[in-house]
Design a binder for this molecule. Structure first.
Ligand code: HEM
Length: 285
């Protein structure tokens, strides 16, 4: 991963004027997930657009165009995966290191059906791509707006682990969780009957002053930092260790290479309700 990040940094250095989402934040998770699923490098081109299309179709209000685009992306991705799966069946990888081979293995309770196999691959891409892109993009935006914090991190590079969690808390890449209550629940005096759709506002919980001292301030060494960026309970993000690792390597190596970077005019938010991040983040490095 370090090599991948350094290669991207080298390409950006040669350009000077860069687009941090396309050239960096969005490129890292695509390569990482491409490696996880064993998708050949030369064939990873459409992955990012498929992921954006599918996640875009999760917004609470959709145009018919967004819905069509999302459905089309699932079908195209499935066809694409068909070739990869056939190839892996013929040439299985090491199940300890190759996620696709592992997913295709039988287990005592019966393996995944064909549909489950495809859906899990699509899910891994979707779960790990835009979220991690947002983490890296949001972190670089925060460190541009708070130059004193950038200096602090440059002077104390071993703060990167707690810093990444603080970026996740302040600008959570995934702002919502959805749950359906299976029994009556009482929360803070509020009765929620069984069968209620509950929308959990992760971004708001992460700035709750009952949990966090100075919740709107960025404290790079905040400890404890019990944020909900990765949700909680049985469905806590299974990619959280990988995501944190991507965030730490990307942000620390970027800062080392480009300590004086500046976000340029033309930054554009993703415009999603569920996901918080940037569609475009031009910068001068
Ligand atoms: C900064 C990056 C990430 C953030 C903020 C994030 C956030 C989340 C959240 C909030 C959930 C819970 C969703 C829910 O149940 O409502 C979740 C679940 C999940 N995430 Fe992540 N995620 C990130 C990166 C990743 C990566 C890199 C992967 C894998 C490559 C991944 C795989 C998953 C999977 C498989 C689940 C479903 C777990 C389950 O339902 O049991 N995530 N993630």
């Amino acid at each position: 991963m370090i090599q991948l990040v350094d290669d991207l940094l080298g390409q950006m250095q040669a350009k000077g004027a860069v687009e941090l989402i396309e050239d960096f934040a969005g490129a890292i998770p695509i390569e990482v997930i491409g490696n996880l699923l064993g998708i050949p490098r030369s064939e990873r081109g459409p992955l990012r657009d498929w992921s954006l299309a599918i996640l875009g179709a999760l917004e609470p209000q959709l145009t018919s165009e967004q819905e069509d685009w999302g459905n089309r992306a699932v079908l195209e991705f499935k066809t694409f995966l068909g070739q990869i799966v056939d190839d892996r069946r013929a040439n299985p990888g090491n199940p300890e290191t190759d996620v696709l081979t592992r997913l295709m293995q039988d287990d005592p309770n019966g393996g995944l059906t064909e549909v489950e196999l495809y859906q899990n691959c699509i899910f891994i891409l979707n779960a790990g791509h835009e979220t991690t892109t947002n983490l890296i993009g949001n972190a670089l935006d925060l460190l541009d707006r708070h130059r004193d914090k950038r200096t602090e991190l440059l002077n104390r590079p071993n703060q990167i682990a707690t810093a990444v969690d603080e970026f996740l808390r302040l600008e959570s890449p995934n702002q919502f969780g959805n749950r359906l209550t299976t029994e009556d629940v009482t929360l803070h005096g509020q009765n929620i009957p069984a069968g209620t759709d509950v929308h959990l506002c992760i971004g708001a919980a992460n700035r709750d002053s009952r949990q966090f001292d100075r919740p709107d301030d960025m404290l790079l060494d905040r400890r404890p930092n019990k944020h909900h960026a990765f949700a909680g309970g049985p469905h806590t993000c299974v990619g959280l260790t990988l995501a944190r690792m991507e965030g730490k390597i990307a942000v620390s190596r970027f800062l080392n290479r480009f300590p004086n970077y500046q976000i340029a005019d033309g930054a554009k938010r993703g415009g999603r309700i569920r996901f918080r991040g940037f569609a475009q983040l031009p910068a001068q490095v």
